[in-house]
Design a protein around this ligand. Sequence first.
Ligand code: HEC
Ligand code: HEC
Length: 452
Amino acid sequence: MPSINRRLLPLLALAGLSLAGAAVGMASEPAGYDDRAPLSAVAQLGKRLFFDPSLSGGGQMSCATCHDPANHYAPANDRAVQFGGPHLDQPGIRAVPSLAYKMSTPSFSIGEESAADEAAEASPMTEASGVALANAPAAVAGSLTAQAVAKADAAVANLVPQGGMFWDGRVDSLEEQALQPMISPFEMANADAATVYAKLKKGYGKDISALFGDNVANDQDMTISEIGFALARYQIEELSFHPYTSKYDDYLRGKAVLTDAEARGLKLFDDANKGNCASCHLDKMTGDGQMPNFTDFEFEALGAPRNPAIPANADAHYYDTGICGPLRNDTYSAQQQNCGLFKTPTLRNVATRHVFFHNGVYRTLEDVTRFYVERDTNPEEIYPKDASGKALKYDDLPVQYQANIDVIDAPMNRKLGEAPALNDREIADVVAFLKTLTDGYDPAKDSVKAAN
Ligand code: HEC
Ligand code: HEC
């Protein structure tokens, strides 16, 4: 049955089929919004669904409410978590991720972290299209391998969770993901799948019949599956979900020059003894010319401080442990070594985000970068303190899981009292570099460049 097959098809295969052409086109000509191919009929249906508030329990909230196209599909406001539910008064428990650059996310798996894996991961479309990475120009493959090694060194033979949607990887693809916000009590808040189906039939019955056939339209599960497929097609076909039009993209294409501060920041971002950011947030073009997505899709426990702005955190016994729940409940969530781990997000458009990390605890890129380098050297700068003035390190993870926190990868491998891997000036440079990752770069308006 075609609908079932499509549901099982990994997203990256879809992306490989549909985007190989688009991506090649983008490399050779400026990625304007005008020359894009029109959306397929299924993607157009997905677009209507994406913006339709009548699909929510209260009739006031669509996907675009939280994933705002005007802000790279992340929230426009600066709340740590968004409010949903029928009356838009139910707080969420995690920061809303951007939906940009999700299409190459592989399915969730537990895999060996090796240089080869990591190089392949960085180029899932290459895998999907069957082109061996061995064909990649040696220089590019070499730098990728070096990046992977910078992290994998310490983690030889470690099995690491990777891929999947959401901060905890609990669903495998964009298609499977779509029902979740529609029935989540603090998002679109429909009572159940049957309610969603009734709304879809009423609003879109004719389109669903025309596109997928009456047997799909008359079946709840098949309809919801195809709706997920339509929403995924929209997120894949619509170029503004992955335009690759940042200054850094232009730099990689040889069309832009970084300022001194940006170039210093990039160097620190790459340097395995300084920021070492690129060991997780991959920043090199892959062998077949794919632009980097600034994530290796792997999960890590970083030990971000607890965020009192999340109402759920008022309960001292409540913890968000990522893969171990509260929102994920499967064999992986029962395994202690996965507790506290969250998916490495892309850093594309990160300067346009208002809150950072899964719990939205940080509000500036300076503070995020300082967290990485001072977490263990100067914990009193990062965490709240107890009555005696001692830092409450790793205060957002129960003690029994704190051993999962990454203290091996630079820059998080330093000890109390050592110098942080980056000083204030270097942090400022890294942030200057992060600001080159915002899409829609227009050289004529590059004030940083003009000021230099
Ligand atoms: C009330 C705000 C809200 C609404 C409305 C909403 N989302 Fe989300 N979305 C979130 C949050 C919060 C997360 C992260 C949740 C988590 O990790 O557990 C998320 C995550 C996602 C992800 C995974 C992204 C990633 O980085 O892995 C996708 C895809 C997504 N949403 C698509 C949609 C679609 C499609 C709709 C409409 C059907 C929608 N969302 C409606 C808040 C919202
Ligand atoms: C060991 C892997 C690893 C390294 C090294 C690393 N990161 Fe991250 N990064 C992550 C993970 C995992 C998260 C999500 C953590 C969470 O939400 O709890 C993250 C989140 C972020 C975010 C927040 C993005 C968002 O949308 O909320 C920023 C910004 C960021 N990293 C920048 C950096 C910088 C700058 C460096 C280098 C100084 C760096 N990272 C080094 C894995 C890494």
